[in-house]
Design a protein around this ligand. Structure first.
Ligand code: UD1
Ligand code: CA
Length: 458
């Protein structure tokens, strides 16, 4: 059977009280809408149709190539939303899965179970229901005397007896497509002025057709995001799911309750994550690393056997056997090669530190290329900004930069060179040369005035 899917995402999301469309609020590092799209794509093997409306431009941009978008304007209810998608779907499917973008936690298995149940259903629809202690905000599933599904009543229209029902509508369904096309026009406008997709259930049973309902095994999946309270609940569930997954994959998480790993992060076996660690974006961490406590890593690639303590790393590449921290900061474009040691209070931006570079204490390296085994003394600074432009510093292999050296860029320092403590280096330094002082001059025995270095580049 050909299965298509439609995800409803046009509603305003008033209860979020936000300028940002509801489905774009971040959940474990990704917009809410990405979750349903990704799960549905895995289930059906193809891009779903997403019905957008409120904040359509922004939502469409966030969806990118993940799905086909269709605009519902104005938004006249969930049945109307499906109606708007019909031209894209008609003739392309036997079964239609309908879900809502604000239900990001529904699992692949649940969608599969729904589809399989409908495949063997003689009636036109299978719906997903859930039993919750707090039914607030949900439509109630009203069953007939023989216990089969009768219809769904929205909370606003429910009688006190119906309000007491604990079987709730998740608003996720699998329809026989041809039947749905014929039923949609029969849905009447509600007292609120909307066309409710929920009415399709009553239309089926009124025609004597069977509606199947499967109940969610794990009620957590039913968390729908209508308010920021729900958003935090969903975040907590996802955080637990993600942490559990990594622990089962062989990652030690010392305190899962204070470990925040976003959905797309990858972590190698035998890595240990200490508390208060945030791993974000497309971060990839290798094996046998020790990360945290108190560390934030965003969009970074970290090799194997690294130690990162109380540090902030953004858009950086770190090769194997690197030590950072406590209190290190890697900014965009930092690349630390194998075996780099970066001690406390170091900052590196847009720079390559070659293998074995040591940078123990209080240094800033920006826009620089540093050769193998260079020692960067305490308090070294690349003065890379002249007030208008950024300039580059290049340092050759095995060079020793003395404590408190100011490297005034643009600057080239050769291999096996040395700078004295407190040097302000304003001119290039050749290989094997020692420079000292302010401004720095090559160190040699000065016998006559003419032996002093001339101004200008050497
Ligand atoms: C809906 C169901 C309710 C169910 C609940 C589960 C209806 C009428 N009610 O209520 O039975 O218990 O979900 O969470 O379906 N949308 C559109 N266009 C519209 C209106 C809504 O695309 O014109 C989208 C929304 O963006 C949202 C989804 O449909 O993703 C559900 O709409 P929402 O307003 O959140 O419905 P609920 O009140 O939650
Ligand atoms: Ca909802």
């Amino acid at each position: 059977m050909k299965i298509a899917a439609v995800i409803l995402a046009a509603g305003q999301g008033t209860r979020m009280r936000s300028n940002l469309p509801k489905v774009l609020h971040p959940l474990a590092g990704k917009p809410i809408i990405h979750y349903s799209i990704e799960t549905i794509r895995s289930v059906t093997g193809q891009s779903p149709v997403v019905v957008i409306g409120h904040g359509a431009d922004k939502v469409e941009k966030a969806i990118g190539g993940m799905a086909h978008c269709v605009v519902q304007q104005p938004q006249l209810g969930t049945a109307h939303a499906v109606q708007v998608a019909v031209p894209l779907l008609k003739g392309n499917c036997d079964l239609l899965l309908v879900t809502a973008a604000d239900m990001p936690l529904i699992s692949l298995q649940t969608y599969q179970h729904l589809i399989e149940t409908q495949e063997s259903n003689t009636g036109p629809v299978t719906m997903l229901s859930v039993e919750l202690a707090d039914p607030h905000g949900f439509g109630r599933v009203v069953r007939k005397a023989d216990d089969t599904v009768g219809y769904i009543v929205e909370e606003a229209q429910a009688t006190p007896e119906q309000l007491a029902i604990r079987e709730l509508n998740t608003a996720i369904y699998c329809f026989d497509a041809e039947w749905l096309w014929s039923a949609l026009p029969k849905i009447k406008v509600s007292p609120k002025g909307e066309y409710y997709l929920t009415d399709a259930i009553g239309i089926a049973t009124a025609d004597g057709l069977t509606v199947q309902a499967i109940r969610l095994k794990d009620p957590e999946e039913a968390i729908g995001i209508n308010t920021r309270v729900h958003l935090a609940e969903a975040e907590a569930v996802l955080r637990r799911r993600i942490n559990t997954r990594w622990m089962l994959e062989g990652v030690t998480i010392v305190d899962p309750a204070t470990t925040y790993i976003e959905a797309d992060v990858q972590i190698g076996q035998d890595t240990i994550i200490w508390p208060n660690t945030h791993l974000r974006g497309k971060t990839v961490i290798g094996q046998n690393c020790v990360v945290g406590p108190n560390t934030i890593i965003e969009d970074c690639q970290i090799g194997n056997d690294c130690t990162i303590l109380a540090a902030v790393l953004e858009q950086a590449v770190v090769e194997n056997h690197v030590e950072i921290g406590p209190y290190g900061h890697l900014r965009k474009g930092a690349h630390l090669a194998e075996g780099v040691h970066m001690g406390n209070f170091g900052e590196v931006k847009n720079s390559y530190l070659g293998p074995g570079v040591k940078m123990g204490h209080f240094s800033y390296i920006g826009d620089a290329t540093i050769g193998k085994d260079v020692n960067i003394g305490a308090g070294t600074i690349t003065c890379n900004f002249d007030g208008v432009r950024k300039h580059k510093t290049v340092i050759g292999e095995n060079t020793f930069i003395g404590s408190d050296t100011m490297l005034v860029a643009p600057l080239n320092i050769g291999a096996n060179a040395k700078t004295g403590a407190g040097a302000v280096v304003t001119h290039d330094v050749p290989d094997n040369t020692v420079v000292v002082g302010v401004p720095a001059r090559p160190l040699k025995k000065v016998t006559e005035e003419k032996d002093l270095p001339q101004d200008g580049k050497q």
